[in-house]
Design a protein around this ligand. Structure first.
Ligand SMILES: Cc1cc2nc3c(=O)[nH]c(=O)nc-3n(C[C@H](O)[C@H](O)[C@H](O)COP(=O)(O)O)c2cc1C
Length: 221
């Protein structure tokens, strides 16, 4: 056997395995109802493509909140959330199923990509319902003598915000409640490494035509 060829193959194999060491589990949370026409979905997909290039072998799990609805919190959910695991009945466990699944998705991911179209200056109710299921005392945050402690650590989050108007500058600056809300609630559960990506002005003639191009130009992984 030609030992040189074997050596080169070994090196290639090591490089390939080495690059997979950096592979990421990506959770793609969609909350736009607009499918392929959605700006937030398109920008999130471009971001995920870049992440796949940066981290070969990465895997993606998609949760589409426009298709899979998380229930608004009712009394039964709250009761389940605040009942210690050892005292939970089968009814509690059943009602906690959505929350358990959503939290497991978050905990399993290395990178979260959260699409957040602006609805009435904030996030959609579909995304808010999902958020309400992942913020859970004793599971994703806790209280200690030092105050609130977020329990979800060491993950990178990208929030992909789309909006009809322009909020990064100009007269609407200060009217965007998507970014401050998402940073606050994610930080509360320990997710503090948050990068915002914006595609804005999607309803403004003269701006919307270049909105995606500008967003892609500003995108950094
Ligand atoms: C119910 C609803 C409420 C909206 N509220 C706002 C708003 O408050 N401010 C804004 O700039 N755009 C608003 N828009 C426009 C969307 O943010 C814009 O169309 C965005 O591109 C939607 O994201 P998507 O393309 O990912 O679906 C609203 C759209 C809908 C359907």
């Amino acid at each position: 056997m030609d030992s040189t060829i074997l050596w080169e193959t070994d090196i290639l194999w090591i490089v390939k395995v080495g690059s997979f060491v950096h592979m990421k589990k990506i959770l793609n949370v969609i909350s736009s109802t607009r499918g392929a026409a959605s700006y937030s979905i398109q920008l999130a997909e471009a971001l995920i493509d870049s992440l796949r290039v940066a981290y070969p072998g990465s895997t993606v799990k998609t949760v589409n909140l426009a298709e899979k609805h998380f229930p608004h919190l009712e009394e039964s959910h709250i009761a389940g959330f605040f009942t210690p695991p050892e005292q939970q009945t089968s009814e509690h466990k059943e009602v906690l199923r959505h929350s358990d699944e959503a939290i497991q998705d978050v905990l399993e991911a290395d990178v979260l990509v959260i699409g957040a179209p602006m609805y009435n200056f904030s996030i959609s109710s579909a995304l808010k319902a999902w958020v309400d299921h992942i913020v859970r005392k004793g599971v994703t945050f806790n209280y200690s003598e030092k105050g609130v402690e977020g329990l979800v650590k060491g993950k990178k989050v990208y929030v992909v915000e789309s909006s009809g108007g322009v909020y990064s500058d100009g007269p609407r600056k200060g009217m965007d409640f998507v970014e401050p809300y998402m940073r606050t609630v994610l930080g509360f559960i320990g997710l503090t490494d948050v990068t915002m990506l914006r595609v804005e002005g999607t309803a403004v003639p003269g701006v919307k035509e270049q909105a995606m191009e500008r967003a892609l130009a500003e995108m950094r992984v």
